[in-house]
Design a protein around this ligand. Structure first.
Ligand code: ADP
Ligand code: MG
Length: 778
């Protein structure tokens, strides 16, 4: 390995071999990072950097029934001494806390959460599975509830048969009723207390929620029965109380399971990186934790094993399966010099890899973090569902009260209580609360499974409404890599022109730059004063002379004259479908480089699918009008040529919106940011650097129409679920307040509604994968 002294890019952390100074003296690896950093610095920072003396910890939580619980925990943590900031994710069941280590420590934070009655674990603790413990409680509850139901039914049947009227049967009845109490009490304690706690938490916040309703319902049914038993009235509702609690617990368990499955896609990424790595050294090999492999160390990966780190292959050749990152299990021939990524699999060869990134810095680590962050966000449709739920609950309480008052006045307070209870139960907006987060989430998970990483749910929501998709041309619609087809020179020899051009281009990440650097092969000349002219080329000083590589606009800018014959040849090359760049040295155009440019095979089918879906397609390119005309003919869609990066961003604003922009993430930062949804392709290794909201890792443009389809399906499920849950609640409330629904039936219907909504959302898990056998880009 060559050891070059490098600094890390201030934005992406990559090695900056030829650092570029940003505005404030910070150093970046490429112009793109400078620009992205500029973009980011104008946007509000989602995670304000902590000062030097804070640390942060992520606590795992369990026992939360609803978002009120998470707010309660958040507030308690925030008020604890030494805590800077606390954020609780109900979805992830985690609390992120930044604190001052001089004042407090994670175990103290854990204790303050536990005092609230929830469970919490610090990293390193063995976490008790919430789903399991709920499952066992539910089983015990089920057995006892069945008992209570059986006895209650026999009492009802005997009453109906007139059996209790015979003399001496009273004692038997009293005995059975006491057994009912004995059976129901543990159910109320085991299943009811957690719900009561959640209900009280939200009541304390002045926002009664579904758990408040259920707690009131179950406790009043139970309390009324105990009172009736005491005074000798034989109307008991132990069955109502227990069935209600059992059903609600069942609903909660279903929801918990669905959530857990929803986050699997994310957790899988972390789990796929092997824990340990075999590091080779002169004295043999040793096994170390894969996070702790030193950068530059050689790691051995045997056939069938997964790569534990990101790096470059030093020895070994064979197939590598990148399915983890791209969602597509196609073995790819990999040779010395090629990059490999942690979590991907060596199919049939032994590789020695020079480590370039470990742990969270690896591509898989970056993706995991992006998805993790996406799950911490609340999308606008989730907020809408929350708002509806927040209105439904107080309304339900009011209608419930009115029902209670009305029926108490008409037929006595017991009837009033039962009918009021039924209203409260059927009005529970549980389904509302589950439906939307679950759907958006499964959509993000499905996309990740197919190699498309969405940074937020909002991206999916907006993608569903997109009317126009704008594609960048070079690097997006063209096959990678471009190939240098020829060099035409004046005065200087052709090799010199190429090597001068390559000298400047080694510092650029543009696809044209890659092709030129590749063609020159030899180590680059040292370049100084390197400047990127976005959308027109690059320039720099080599051996004391200025060299510029780029399009006509750049030549005009530096006033480099080209003779008419060169211009005529350039025109010919473009007419036959090549891209042409000019190389200027010492103020004159010294030559042309012709780059063979071919369209990817998946462009036509992708545009076809987008058209079928009613989406318009446009191509925006910085290339010449001649090239634009050719692409317009080949694709049959509008092509805007000669665009500067800023021009592209303006053009997007003029398209009929909402607009999705598809580009190669780092080169097209301004237009990706300008679009309603920015989608980047071809950035497998540098997801975190991309300016886009959706990063497509799979080398297949058909992912774009597939994503549109997925998000539309997801959003229509959200709408169905919202409409259904809302309609169901309204109809139920009307029936219940009219006295047609016994509380047990109301509870059953409410849980049924949640089950239906969950099932509808879960259908997204079966959304078909992107076909693997389609045309590929190469
Ligand atoms: P596109 O919109 O087709 O992806 P860009 O906006 O990235 O293209 O670039 C527009 C034009 O600018 C290219 O066609 C090329 O002529 C020139 N150009 C941009 N970057 C470079 C570079 N690094 N080297 C040479 N030419 C470049
Ligand atoms: Mg481009």
């Amino acid at each position: 390995m060559v050891n070059v002294a490098t600094v890390a890019c201030d934005l992406c952390g990559l090695d900056a071999r030829y650092p570029i100074e940003g505005d404030d003296g910070r150093r970046f690896c490429c112009q793109a990072c400078v620009e992205v950093d500029r973009l980011l610095s104008t946007a509000p920072d989602p995670n304000p950097a902590s000062s030097g003396d804070t640390e942060s910890v992520t606590l795992s939580l369990s026992g939360m029934w609803c978002s009120s619980c998470s707010w309660a925990i958040e507030e308690t943590l925030e008020r604890s001494p030494g805590v800077d900031e606390a954020e609780v994710s109900f979805v992830r069941r985690e609390a992120r806390v930044s604190y001052d280590p001089a004042v407090t420590e994670p175990t103290r934070l854990k204790r303050s959460v536990r005092r609230l009655g929830y469970r919490a674990w610090v990293p390193g603790d063995t976490i008790k599975d919430e789903e399991d413990s709920l499952y066992y409680r539910m089983l015990i509850g089920l057995v006892l509830t069945m008992q209570v139901m059986m006895i209650s039914l026999s009492i009802y049947a005997a009453r109906w048969l007139g059996w209790w009227e015979a003399p001496g049967r009273d004692d038997i009845q009293s005995f059975l009723e006491i057994i009912l109490l004995v059976g129901a009490l543990p159910v109320v304690l085991l299943l009811g207390l957690p719900i009561l706690k959640a209900g009280l938490m939200s009541l304390a916040r002045g926002r009664p929620n579904i758990h408040t309703l259920i707690a009131i319902g179950a406790l009043s049914a139970f309390g009324l029965s105990v009172r009736n038993l005491w005074v000798g009235v034989d109307r008991l509702y132990f069955d109502t109380a227990t069935v209600l609690l059992l059903l609600v617990t069942f609903g909660h368990w279903l929801e918990l399971r669905a959530r857990k499955r929803g986050t699997e896609a994310v957790d899988r990424l972390w789990e796929e990186i092997p824990n340990s790595a075999t590091v080779l050294s002169d004295s043999g090999s040793r096994v170390v934790s894969s996070d702790e492999v030193p950068l530059g160390a050689r790691v051995l990966v045997r056939p069938g094993e997964k790569f534990p780190v990101d790096g470059v292959v030093a020895t070994g050749a064979g197939d590598v399966d990148k399915g983890l990152l791209t969602g597509e299990s196609l073995p790819e021939q990999t040779e010395p010099g090629d990059e490999v990524y942690a979590g991907t699999v060596s199919v049939d060869a032994a590789f020695e890899v020079v480590t370039s990134k470990v742990g969270p810095a690896t591509a898989a680590g970056q993706i995991g973090r992006l998805l993790h962050d996406a799950l911490w966000q609340r999308s606008s449709v989730n907020r809408l569902a929350d708002r509806i739920a927040a209105m439904v609950v107080p309304a339900a309480v009011l209608i419930g009260l009115a029902t209670f008052v009305f029926w108490s006045w008409r037929s006595g307070y017991e009837t009033g209580l039962l009918n009021g209870l039924a209203v409260l139960l059927i009005a529970c907006p549980c389904a509302l609360g589950i439906a939307t987060p679950l759907t958006t989430w499964l959509a993000v998970g499905r996309a990740a499974d197919n190699g498309a990483i969405a940074r937020s749910f909002d991206a999916i929501e907006r993608l569903a409404t997109v009317r126009t998709v704008a594609f960048d041309k070079t690097g997006t619609l063209t096959r990678r890599p471009l190939r240098v087809a020829g060099v035409l020179s004046r005065e200087l020899p052709a090799e010199r022109v190429l090597s001068l051009a390559a000298g400047v281009e080694t510092r650029s990440s543009h696809p044209i730059a890659e092709a030129i650097a590749e063609a020159a092969g030899t180590p680059p000349n040292q370049v100084a004063d390197f400047v990127v002219h976005p959308g027109s080329g690059v320039s720099g000083t080599i051996d004391g002379g200025t060299v510029a590589v780029g399009n006509q606009a750049l030549m005009d800018l530096i006033a480099a004259e080209a003779d008419s014959e060169l211009l005529a040849r350039a025109e010919q090359m473009q007419a036959r479908g090549s891209a042409v760049v000019y190389v200027a040295a010492a103020g004159v155009v010294a030559g042309l480089i012709e780059l063979a440019e071919r369209m990817r095979d998946d462009v036509t089918p992708s545009i076809g699918s987008l058209h079928d879906a009613g989406v318009e397609v446009t191509v925006l390119t910085g290339d010449t009008e001649t090239a634009g005309e050719r692409w317009r003919e080949a694709l049959g869609v509008p092509v805007a040529a000669g665009m500067t990066p800023a021009g592209k961003a303006e053009a997007i604003a003029r398209l009929s919106g909402p607009v999705a922009m598809v580009g190669d993430g780092i080169n097209d930062a301004p237009s990706l940011a300008a679009a309603d949804v920015g989608i980047s392709v071809n950035e497998a290794a540098d997801v975190a650097r991309s300016a886009a909201e959706v990063v497509v890792l799979r080398d297949d443009l058909r992912t774009i129409p597939w994503l549109v389809d997925l998000s539309r399906t997801a959003m229509s499920k959200v709408r169905q679920n919202l409409a259904w849950a809302f309609g169901y609640n309204v109809a139920g409330v009307v029936l219940a307040s009219a006295g047609y629904l016994p509380p047990v039936v109301a509870a059953g219907l409410m849980v049924l509604s949640s089950v239906l909504v969950t099932a509808n959302a879960s259908g997204l898990r079966r959304f078909p994968d992107l076909a693997e056998d389609g045309p590929s880009g190469d």
